[in-house]
Design a protein around this ligand. Sequence first.
Ligand code: ADP
Ligand code: LRH
Length: 471
Amino acid sequence: MKKCCLAVDIGASSGRLIASYLKNGQLKLNEIHRFENKIVRKDDQFCWELDRLFLEIKKGIKKCQGKGLKPESIGIDTWAVDFILLDDNEKPLTNSVAYRDSRTDGMMDEVFKIIMKERLYLETGIQFQKFNTIYQLYSIKQNNPEILDKAASFLMIPDYFNYLLTGKKANEYTNATSTQLVNAFTKKWDDEILDQLGIKKEIFQEIHNPKTVLGTLKEDLVEEFGFDMKVILPATHDTGSAVISVPELDETIYISSGTWSLIGVENYFPICITKALDYNFTNEGGIDYRYRFLKNIMGLWMIQEVKRNYQDQYSFAELVDLARQVQEFTSTVNVDDPRFLKPENMIEEIQRYCQETNQAIPTTPGEVAKCVYDSLVCSYQQAINQIEEIFERKFEKINVIGGGCQNEMLNQLIADTTKKVVYAGPIEATAIGNIVSQLMAVGEIEDINEARTIVKHSFEVKKFSPSIITA
Ligand code: ADP
Ligand code: LRH
C-alpha cells in the first residue's frame, strides 16, 4: 500500500478526490473519484445536495484501498460563503440554501441601515456581494428569526463535512473571512458587527488556521472504511487553496478560473482604501495570514449555464471550438451585471442584454459562446487596470489556474487583449493547494515557498504570448 494524502475539492460545478504523494521532490496526483455538483430546487429555494456530496466523499475514500493507496490524512475544501446551522441535537435547521438563492435580495441595504458600508469594509476588508454569509444570516434574522433562536452552531460547508468525519466543530480561517464577519486585523469574529446585527455570537466556533490537524475519523467511520486517518484543515475556501499553488507570483496577476473568475494578487496586509472599496476588491484571508486581494468576475458559470440551456448537446471543448469558428461577431455583455447571477435561461438573458444595448443578437451556439468569452476578457482587462491603478505599477504576467485554464482560446484571448504573457496551469490548482497544506501540516514540506517550488517542478504550465499583429 502506497501512503498518500487525500484532497477533497468540491467546486460549484464538480467535486473530486485526489490522492497525492511526494516522489523525488515532485507531487504525484491520482484522481480517485469525480462527481457532479449542482444547485437544485427544494421547497422553493435553490439548495446544495449536501447529503449526496458527503456520500460521494465517503465513496471516494472507500475507493482508495482498491487502488493500492493508504491515505494518512484528508483535507476538504469547497466553494465559500455558504453554511449550515445546527440545533442542540446537531441536526441541520434549514435546507442547505445556495448563495444564488434570492433570499438575500435587498439584504445588503438592510444591513447598511445598521452598519455603514464604509465601516464594514474598513473592518473586514471584504468585497460587497449580495450573497455573502452576512446577508444570508441577516435574511434569516429578518424572515425566520426562530431559526437563529434555535441555532446552536454555525458551520461553513467544509467545516460541516469535517464535523461529520471527526465529530469536532471548528471554523476554518480562510473560509470564515468570506462571511464578511471576520475582522481583517484581529482575524477573529467581529463581535461588534454581530452585536449590531443581533446575531448571537455563541453559534460561532473558534477560528482555526490552515495546517491545523483537526482530529481523526469517528469510530463508526474507521469501521466503515477499514482504516483511520488524520483530518487536516487546508485553506478550506477553494480559492484560498488554489492561490497557494500558483507556481510563481512575482509580477503576476492570477486568475483562478472555474465557476467564478477570481482575479487578483497576493498580499501581506489588507488594503481597505477608498479606491479598493469603490472598485469592490476583497481581502480574503489566506494561509500564513497572507491576503488574497481580488475581485469576483462572473466566470465560466455563464458558459456552464449556456451548455445546460443547450441540453448539454455540446461539451466545453466543443463550445470553445464553435466560438473559435465565428468571425466578425463582436457583441459583448457586462458579465458582472447581477442579471447573470441566476437567470432563468442564460442564453436568453445574454440575447436580451444585446438587444437592449442595440448590439447584434447572438443566435448560434458559437456566437453565444464567443460573446461570453469576449465579455469575460473585457471584465478581466478592467480588473487588471484597476489593480495596476491601485498598486501604481504594471504586472507583467498572468497565471490562469483551475479548470478554465484548459480553454486555450480564452488563454490566447487574454494574452492578446491584455498584452501580457499568460501562463496556464495547473488545472487542479485547488486540490494541489489542499494537498501541500496537508504536507506542510505534517512537516513533509517546510513552508509555502517550498510548496510553490514543488508545484512548479511537478506540473505543466503552458505559455501564451500576445500575438504580434502586423499591419
Ligand atoms: P469549479 O471548481 O468552480 O467547479 P473548475 O475549476 O472545475 O470549476 O472549472 C470548470 C470549468 O472549466 C468549466 O465551467 C469549463 O468552462 C472549464 N473546462 C473544463 N474542461 C474544459 C475543456 N476541456 N475545455 C475548455 N474548458 C473546460
Ligand atoms: C469559488 C468561490 C469564490 C466565492 C464563490 C462563492 O468557487 O469559492 O471564491 O466568492 O465561490
